[in-house]
Design a protein around this ligand. Structure first.
Ligand code: NAD
Ligand code: UD1
Length: 339
C-alpha cells in the first residue's frame, strides 16, 4: 500500500515525502515540474535513504492517473499539486481555475474508479474572509477571497465536500495551512521560488544571500504592536508531520469531511520575523518601508485546538530554528536547485 503524493517535488511536498518515508510509508510521487525541479526529488531520495516511483505527469490527465493507480496499490492521496502565486492568479485566472480545479476533479474521478477514498487536500488560510476575528477557527467565515488563487482553494474544498456528500464513502481532510517557512535541517532541500518571491521568507533569504538588494516592508501603519503585518509562520517540517498525522487520521475515518487549520497559533510581525532571522543567522537584512500591498490584512493567525484534538499534532519547532534552517538551505544553495 502506498501514499500517492501529487506535487511531491514542490516545497511542502518534498518535505512531506521525507516524513512519510520516515514514518514507514511507501510513497508514489507525481509532478509536472511546472514549479519544481527533478533535483529536489533526487535529494529527497538521498535524504530518505529510499527509492520510490516518480511520474512526470499532469495531474489533470485522468488517463495518466489511471495508469499509476493500476500499477500501484494506493491507500491515500495527498494532493499538493497546484499553482500558488497570488499575483499571477490575478493576471492568469483561467490557468489557475483550469489547473487547480481540473486536477482535483481528475484525481477524485480516478480515486472513485479505483476504489481509493482517502484524500488530504492542501488548502490555505486564504479561504477565510478578511474581516474575521482572530484567531481563525475552522468555523470562521470563508469566502470573499481577494484573488483567483484563493477562490480555487475555496472551490476545491467545496468540490471535495460535495463528493463526500454524494455518498462516495470518501474521507476528505482539508488542511488549511497558515504561513509555511523554513527548510529541512540538512540544508539540502528548501523553498526555491522560480521568480521574484512573493512570500516574505524566501525574499528575506534571497536578500541575505545578496540576490535582492533590500527587503520591502509592506506598510508599518497597521493596527498592530509595531505597525507591520502579523502572520502565523510554521516550520515546513512541522507542516510535513501534520500530513503524516492526517494520513493516520484518515486511515481510521469511516468517511466525511474534516477541515483543520495547521499553524502555530502565534502571530509574528514582519519586524519580529526580520529580527528573528538576523538573530538566528548573524546576517543583517537591509530593509525599507514601502506602502501596503493591496489585498493584505493586518493580522492572521490560527486557532490550533482542532489539529491537537483530531490529529494529535502541534508545531514543535521554533521561529529561530525555522530562520536558521532557511538560511542553511539558502547559503548552501544560493541559486536554489539550479538549472
Ligand atoms: P510548490 O509550487 O512548491 O509545489 C506544488 C507542486 O505541484 C510543484 O512541484 C508543481 O510543479 C506541481 N504541480 C502544479 N500543477 C501541477 C499539475 N497540474 N500536475 C502535476 N504537478 C503539478 O508549492 P508548495 O508551497 O509546496 O504548495 C503545495 C500546495 O500547498 C499547493 O497546492 C499550494 O497552493 C498549497 N499551499 C501552499 C502554501 C504556501 O505558503 N507554500 C500555503 C497554503 C497552501
Ligand atoms: C500570502 C498570500 C496568501 C497565501 C499565503 C501563504 C498574498 C496577498 N497572499 O499571504 O494567499 O495563502 O501567502 O502562501 O500574496 N511582506 C513584506 N514584504 C515582502 C513580502 C511580504 O512586508 O516582500 C509582508 C506582508 O505584507 C505580510 C507578511 O509579510 O504582512 C507575510 O506576507 P506573505 O509571506 O506574502 O504571506 P501572506 O500575506 O500571509
Amino acid at each position: 500500500m502506498a501514499i500517492f503524493v501529487t506535487g511531491g517535488a514542490g516545497y511542502i511536498g518534498s518535505h512531506t515525502v521525507i516524513e512519510l518515508i520516515k514514518s514507514g510509508y511507501d510513497v508514489v510521487v507525481a509532478d509536472n515540474f511546472s514549479n519544481s525541479k527533478r533535483e529536489a526529488v533526487k535529494r529527497v531520495k538521498e535524504l530518505a535513504g529510499k527509492d520510490f516511483s516518480l511520474y512526470e505527469i499532469d495531474v489533470c490527465n485522468g488517463k495518466a492517473l489511471d495508469k499509476i493507480f493500476t500499477i500501484h496499490d494506493i491507500e491515500c492521496v495527498i494532493h499538493f499539486a497546484g499553482l500558488k502565486a497570488v499575483g499571477e492568479s490575478v493576471k492568469k485566472p483561467l490557468e489557475y481555475y483550469k489547473n487547480n480545479l481540473n486536477s482535483t476533479i481528475a484525481l477524485s474521478n480516478t480515486m472513485i474508479r479505483h476504489g481509493v477514498n482517502k484524500i488530504i487536500f492542501s488548502s490555505s488560510a486564504t479561504v477565510y474572509c478578511p474581516d474575521n476575528k482572530m484567531p481563525l477557527t475552522e468555523d470562521s467565515l470563508t469566502g470573499g477571497c481577494t484573488n483567483p488563487y484563493g477562490w480555487t482553494k475555496y472551490m476545491c474544498e467545496q468540490i471535495l465536500t460535495d463528493v463526500v456528500n454524494a455518498g462516495s464513502g470518501f474521507t476528505a481532510v482539508m488542511l488549511r495551512y497558515f504561513n509555511p517557512i523554513g527548510a529541512h535541517e540538512s540544508g539540502k532541500i528548501g523553498e526555491d521560488p522560480q521568480d521574484i518571491p512573493n512570500n516574505i521568507m524566501p525574499y528575506i533569504a534571497q536578500t541575505a544571500v545578496g540576490r535582492r538588494e533590500f527587503l520591502k516592508i509592506f506598510g508599518d501603519d497597521y493596527d498592530t504592536a509595531d505597525g507591520t503585518g502579523v502572520r502565523d509562520y510554521l516550520h515546513v517540517v512541522d507542516l510535513a508531520e501534520g500530513h503524516v498525522a492526517a494520513v493516520k487520521y484518515a486511515a481510521q475515518s469511516s468517511g466525511g469531511v474534516d477541515i483543520i487549520n495547521l499553524g502555530t497559533g502565534n502571530g509574528v510581525s514582519v519586524l519580529e520575523l526580520v529580527t528573528a532571522f538576523e538573530d538566528a543567522t548573524g546576517v543583517k537584512i537591509p530593509r525599507e518601508v514601502v506602502s501596503r500591498r493591496p489585498g493584505d490584512i493586518a493580522i492572521c493567525y490560527a486557532a490550533t485546538d482542532k489539529a491537537k484534538n483530531l490529529l494529535g499534532w502541534e508545531t514543535k519547532k521554533t521561529l529561530k530554528e525555522a530562520c536558521a534552517d532557511t538560511w542553511r538551505w539558502q547559503k548552501n544553495n544560493p541559486g536554489g536547485y539550479g538549472l
